[in-house]
Design a protein around this ligand. Structure first.
Ligand code: PLP
Length: 462
């Protein structure tokens, strides 16, 4: 309702937000265009926090059986439904029910909207319904033993718009659930709708609800309403969305975080695996380990396929025979498994800061962290960028420490021409969905230049 005359005929959303901001507004709702309920949701692009998916339901008034409506509206045991009388005001109970009806609303979902604002809005909605500004009728359900009709158990507000009756607010008190009150109120509202629009065979009833309000959606659907459209609603706090571009270029056409590549033979091979009785040590697992060993080269004494990068790290920790109280040095920034595999054995993780340039362990800080309890250095090749392996291996040699390479993110990446994961004593790879080569979940452990350790690893694997 602001004066938008300074804007073009077809202002862009940025222009509207700019205008709203200069008019002093802090919060603007942006509604995505309604779409059919079965169409896919819009791609990211509208500004703000998604706070609501408004779902519109509708039903032909003539799909209802009048007698059945009367049965529910007037014969549901334990309750009595009355029309609210114009001018008779409303109780705090009714106001509270109105507020309760908004728990899933967009005003409640964004925690930055003050509670008083939310309550004020729903309080205003009921007061404007009983004074008939926003509704033509309000039907209230009372406990039937309650002759004075003092305690409201629920209510529904209705309004006629063209040849449709729309339901505004519907609320049932928490303590009166499962008594059929919502159906009774809906039935009463439909009877009113038929009285008002009975002559029009195209007449409908509609209701808009929040997609998040699953009980309400289920209730309307069971009552006979059908989903028509859904519509995303965003809260846009100003000026946040004026200072940063609304659709950053990389969001408009994002680079996929991870992408699956299929060669076309996967199903054939998967079928062969299943037909082989799922023997994990058979054909494919061994072929895979052999292929990886061929790829990473001669420093790898043995490659063992494991269920995940985490499992590879845990196996390396076991092979190092670490005891509770031992210490392992690792970077302060990594995935939790790098530390957990040691902590699970009672080992103390000693975190060393990472370098600003590549987020890998700062090799110049390692030596200062070594104590007589230190047994290993676990370095992480973050995002496939190699750690300074010459320095790390030199320190390890000097202090007689194992070197475990967490190469979860570094499969087939190299350091000075050498494959990551084959430089230290152990290399741990992950084939998790987000990694360089993926199989959903998966991992491998490379045991390097140590035949005895490779033999022990096979026993452990078994
Ligand atoms: C650095 C690092 N270490 C270990 C892991 C664990 O691998 P996985 O998810 O296969 O258990 C991951 C991957 O999530 C990782 O990024």
């Amino acid at each position: 309702e602001e004066d938008m005359s300074s804007l073009d005929k077809n202002p862009s959303l940025e222009d509207v937000l700019q205008q709203a901001h200069s008019s002093g507004y802090r919060l603007v709702y942006v509604f995505a265009p309604p779409r059919p309920a079965n169409a896919s949701p819009p791609k990211a692009g509208l500004p703000g926090l998604l706070v609501d998916v408004k779902t519109t339901y509708s039903v032909s008034l003539f799909s209802f059986d009048y007698a059945a409506l009367c049965q529910k509206a007037f014969r549901t045991p334990g309750i009595r439904i009355r029309k609210h009388v114009v001018g008779s005001g409303f109780s705090n109970g009714l106001k509270q029910l109105a507020i309760d009806s908004g728990v899933y609303s967009r005003f409640k979902v964004d925690k930055d909207v003050p509670n008083e604002g939310f309550e004020g809005m729903f309080g205003a909605w009921i007061s404007n319904s009983v004074n008939r500004t926003l509704a033509d009728e309000v039907f209230i359900a009372y406990e039937s033993t309650d002759d004075a009709c003092s305690e409201e158990l629920g209510f529904i507000s209705v309004r006629k718009v063209g040849n449709s009756v729309s339901i505004g607010l519907l609320a049932v008190s928490d303590k009166a659930r499962r008594r059929g009150i919502a159906y009774a109120l809906l039935s009463r509202a439909m009877i009113w709708a038929l009285e008002e629009l009975g002559g029009d065979d195209k007449a409908t009833a509609t209701v808009v609800t929040q997609g998040a309000n699953a009980p309400a959606c289920a209730c309307y659907e069971r009552f006979g309403f059908q989903k028509e459209t859904v519509q995303e609603v965003y809260h846009t706090w100003l000026p946040k969305h004026l200072t940063s571009p609304m659709v950053p270029a990389d969001q408009a056409n994002p680079i996929p975080f991870c992408k699956q590549h299929f060669t076309g033979k996967e199903l054939v091979y998967a079928t062969q695996v299943i037909n082989s009785g799922l023997d994990s040590a058979a054909n494919f697992t061994m072929q895979c380990a052999a292929k990886i060993q061929e790829l990473i080269g001669g420093d790898s004494e043995r490659v063992i396929m494991v269920p995940s990068g985490t499992a590879a790290l845990e196996m390396a920790a076991l092979l190092c025979e670490l005891q509770p109280g031992d210490e392992v040095i690792l970077p302060s920034y990594t995935f939790s498994s790098t530390a957990n595999c040691f902590v699970l054995r009672g080992v103390v993780p000693v975190f060393v800061d990472v370098k600003f340039a590549d987020l890998n362990i700062d090799e110049t800080l390692i030596e200062a962290a070594i104590t007589e309890k230190t047994k290993a250095i676990c370095c992480v090749h973050y995002a496939g960028i190699p750690c300074e392996m010459d320095t790390i291996c030199e320190i390890a040699k000097k202090h007689n420490l194992f070197v475990i390479e967490d190469a979860a993110q570094g499969f087939l990446s190299t350091y000075k021409g050498r494959q990551l994961g084959t430089i230290g004593d152990f290399g741990c790879y992950s084939f998790h969905y987000t990694k360089n080569i993926i199989c959903g979940e998966g991992g491998a452990l490379s045991i390097n230049r140590n035949r005895k350790m490779a033999g022990r690893a096979m026993v452990l694997w078994e």
